[in-house]
Write a protein that binds this ligand. Structure first.
Ligand code: C5P
Length: 300
């Protein structure tokens, strides 16, 4: 998360995330699933602008932008009503106070893609308005609010670029990664519902170990790391949405080091050897008719 303070405004950049490793350990009593996942944030950002508003009034204006240019609108739209995670986060944070804000959200991260866009926006709102309103809520208080908004919000709030997340995703253990990774990131036209994908999950006999994955990542052993990639939600997602399978097949025909779906989909990534390799692979996927493609790198 990156902050830029103006005279009477605050701008926050909210990154997307990729799940490099995701094991579903089991289903819990509360209906959620116990996870072991490694998430890394990447340099694809939504922008949030916080400005003074009338007391008691919190307004949200959502502006859609494509990943390539903030000026070219995309078809997709997201709701700007009270169900939007930004407004839910703002209302939760101000509690009973009559604080106000005008919030502008510029969306570049596609929704229903497994890239954590909504969760990142919620985390940016908690951290941003805590500063903008001078509320002095502690990190622990903010993390509590984050967990009530969504399983991934705590990862973004913690601010470490790569982390192991456990529990339903809200227990965040930062990792120290010294080398950034390059990715081509692509999404089919349709998205996926996280709840539907988790509901379709059935236990499997995949054996990749989290500890080995983390050690390969920390030691920047790319060859070993790509052999240990795992996403237990990929199979259920592909059974719900054939576009995901077709997209992964397309990425697999190109010379990437490894590839898989992120989170509950529908976006998939390919790991590339360099920024140039990622850009060239992105151009080839665009030429193959993939509707949304971009080159990104993990933030260190
Ligand atoms: O926490 P979040 O709102 O992102 O989760 C959306 C849905 O995904 C949950 O309602 C639940 O059905 C499913 N989920 C799950 N186990 C998790 C995280 C999410 O079953 N660890």
């Amino acid at each position: 998360m990156l902050f830029q303070a103006g005279i009477r405004s605050l701008q926050v950049l909210a990154p997307a995330k990729l799940n490099l490793f995701l094991r579903v350990v089991g289903r819990r009593e509360d209906g959620y699933h116990e996870l072991e996942t490694v998430m890394t944030s990447v340099d694809l950002y939504d922008t949030l602008l916080f400005e003074a508003g009338d007391p008691g009034q919190i307004s949200l204006n959502v502006v859609m932008a494509s990943a390539q240019s903030t000026h070219s609108p995309v078809q997709e739209s997201i709701p700007a009503g009270p169900e939007n995670l930004v407004l839910r986060a703002a209302n939760l944070l101000r509690a009973d106070c009559s604080l106000g804000a005008r919030i502008t959200l510029i969306k570049r991260i596609p929704s229903a893609a497994g890239l954590g866009g909504g969760s990142s926006d919620a985390a940016a709102t908690l951290a941003g308005l805590n500063r903008f309103w001078n509320l002095s809520r502690t990190p622990a208080e903010l993390l509590n609010l984050a967990a009530s908004l969504g399983s991934d919000v705590g990862f973004f709030l913690a601010g470490s670029s790569t982390a192991v997340c456990r529990g339903r995703g809200e227990q965040v253990e930062p990792l120290r990664i010294t080398k950034c990774l390059h990715f081509v990131l692509a999404k089919p036209a349709s998205g996926l519902s996280t709840a539907a994908v988790f509901k379709t999950f059935r236990p499997n006999d995949k054996r990749q170990s989290l500890e080995q994955f983390v050690s390969s990542l920390e030691q920047a052993e790319l060859g070993r790391m790509v052999r240990l990639l795992l996403n237990d939600l990929q199979q259920p997602a592909e059974s719900l949405n054939d576009e995901v399978r077709l997209l992964r097949q397309k990425i697999g025909t190109l010379p990437v080091l490894g590839h898989q779906m992120s989170g509950s989909g529908s976006a998939c990534f390919g790991i590339c050897a360099s920024a140039r390799h990622a850009r060239l692979t992105a151009a080839r996927l665009r030429a193959m008719g993939v509707p949304w493609v971009t080159a990104v790198k993990s933030c260190v």
